[in-house]
Design a protein around this ligand. Structure first.
Ligand code: ZN
Length: 189
């Protein structure tokens, strides 16, 4: 995040992975209840993020990581998870995904960072994220057709969108927007 920016519960956030070759997305929900699997005791954390992890991209790679002492998260495979913010971004760059941007500014943004569509109010976004967390009904992770960005945009605005998976992150936003829109509208919307 740029200096001075504050995260608000309901924000769609994303972080760089593998040196910025792709981004991991999630919904910042603020307060979250976590359970210590060793003792069964629960604890409230104040910097919780709900996000969709894929087995291939995250689960396999990070399985050797020790259990987090803040949120008790330990990678164990694909699914919707609630972790602390530190587990989400792991020290890499953290950004807020902007909604309601004008089409003009969207044209000049890098793909995967913003959308001209408007989003639900924060409470609705948080509830949608928690519902998916509870029900684990977002489907199987697929790097192209059902990934972490689809999950976050689905929570934010009810539509699954993804700019980055098909085209990488270096193309001008408008081109990505137009091409992916044409290619994916029948599948995703
Ligand atoms: Zn953690």
């Amino acid at each position: 995040m740029a200096t001075g920016q504050v995260l608000n519960p309901g924000d769609h956030i994303y972080t760089e992975c593998l040196g910025g070759s792709y981004y991991h997305h999630g919904i910042y929900v603020g307060r979250g209840l976590v359970t210590n699997p060793n003792t069964g005791k629960t604890r409230t954390i104040t910097n919780a993020v709900i996000h969709f992890l894929g087995l291939d991209k995250e689960g396999k790679v990070k399985k050797t990581k020790p259990q987090c002492q803040t949120c008790f998260y330990k990678p164990k495979g694909s699914g919707i998870v609630l972790t602390c913010l530190d587990c989400f971004h792991e020290g890499n760059g953290l950004y807020r995904y902007e909604y309601d941007v004008s089409l003009l500014s969207f044209t000049f943004k890098t793909s995967g960072s913003c959308t001209p569509w408007s989003c639900y109010d924060p409470n609705t976004v948080i509830k949608r994220a928690y519902d998916y967390l509870r029900d684990q009904n977002f489907g199987d992770y697929n790097f192209v057709f059902n990934n972490c960005e689809h999950f976050a945009t689905k929570c934010k605005m009810g539509k699954a969108r993804c700019n980055q998976a098909l085209w990488g992150t270096g193309l001008p936003g408008a081109l990505v927007y137009n091409v992916t829109r044409r290619l994916t509208k029948d599948i995703l919307w």
